[in-house]
Write a protein that binds this ligand. Structure first.
Ligand code: PEP
Length: 262
């Protein structure tokens, strides 16, 4: 029997929205999706606010029982200790985060996160039952020199080194040249790399886990182009940056099953 993967639409807010703005945004998003009779079983929605918003989002989601998941944009590879400014996976788990984004290209380039650090952070997330959203992707230079799949495949292998068994992870394929550029990959490009990444999942985590693991596409996703990605067999959702800050646009992306006839 074919495994069905529930699509995930994840909004990475980056360094935007304070905790009061976060409360208003999440409340309105829930209303908007509720009014539109969004089927959350057909497409899961998750938001990734800055750390300082998480307690407010948790309180709102839990008190109003909103069907919206949330997570952090990063975590420490360490659980506790003398690491000024770091945030432990243990703290995120206490805040009822479901997910944590790891290895976003902005962390890799602006904060010098190596493949080893990304791997250690994946293990830290799994220690605390957080689902890591492991970001991989090639730069325009990598694309020219090595083709589309080589760098994302190598990054995923490194991120999963040391991960065994039935690990619950999500992979986000985000070509760096497509992030924030307005120039998304084509659905065919995304599918080609997603298929290669699924092969890595089969080799590292086994067939059954690979078949259940969601692979997202990220990079200039909008309501106008989500349909093409979601029609691809190995693309199971989207990691959305800029468009996740526009309530109507993000709600429309989440509601892709209603407007793309899937
Ligand atoms: C991102 O930063 O993860 C991202 C996909 O950004 P954007 O949607 O703005 O390209």
């Amino acid at each position: 029997m074919a495994v069905t993967r529930t699509p995930l639409i994840a909004g990475n807010w980056k360094l935007n929205l304070d905790h009061l703005q976060a409360i208003a945004f999440v409340q309105k998003l829930a209303w908007s999706l509720g009014d539109a009779k969004h089927d959350f079983a057909a497409a899961e929605v998750a938001v990734f606010p800055p750390f300082t918003d998480l307690r407010s989002v948790q309180t709102l989601v839990s008190s109003d029982k909103l069907p919206i998941a949330f997570g952090a944009q990063d975590l420490s590879e360490h659980d506790s200790g003398a690491y000024t400014g770091e945030i432990s996976g243990a703290f995120l788990a206490k805040l009822e985060c479901s997910y944590v984004i790891i290895g976003h290209s902005e962390r890799r380039t602006l904060h010098n996160e190596t493949d080893e650090v990304v791997g250690a952070k994946v293990q830290a997330a799994l220690r605390h039952n957080l689902v890591p959203i492991i970001c991989v992707g090639e730069t325009a230079d990598d694309l020219e020199k090595h083709g589309p799949s080589a760098v994302p495949v190598a990054q995923l292998r490194a991120a999963l080194a040391g991960v065994t068994g039935a690990a619950d992870v999500v992979v986000a394929y985000e070509p760096v040249w497509a992030i924030g550029s307005g120039q998304a990959a084509t659905p065919e490009q995304a599918e080609q790399v997603a298929a290669a990444l699924r092969t890595v999942l089969v080799e590292t985590l086994g067939e059954d886990v690979a078949a259940k693991t969601r692979i997202l596409y990220g990079g200039s996703v909008k309501a106008a182009n989500i349909a093409g990605f979601m029609r691809e067999p190995n693309v199971d959702g989207a990691l959305v940056g800029g468009a996740s800050l526009d309530l109507d646009e993000f709600a429309s992306i989440v509601r892709f099953p209603q407007h793309v006839g899937l």
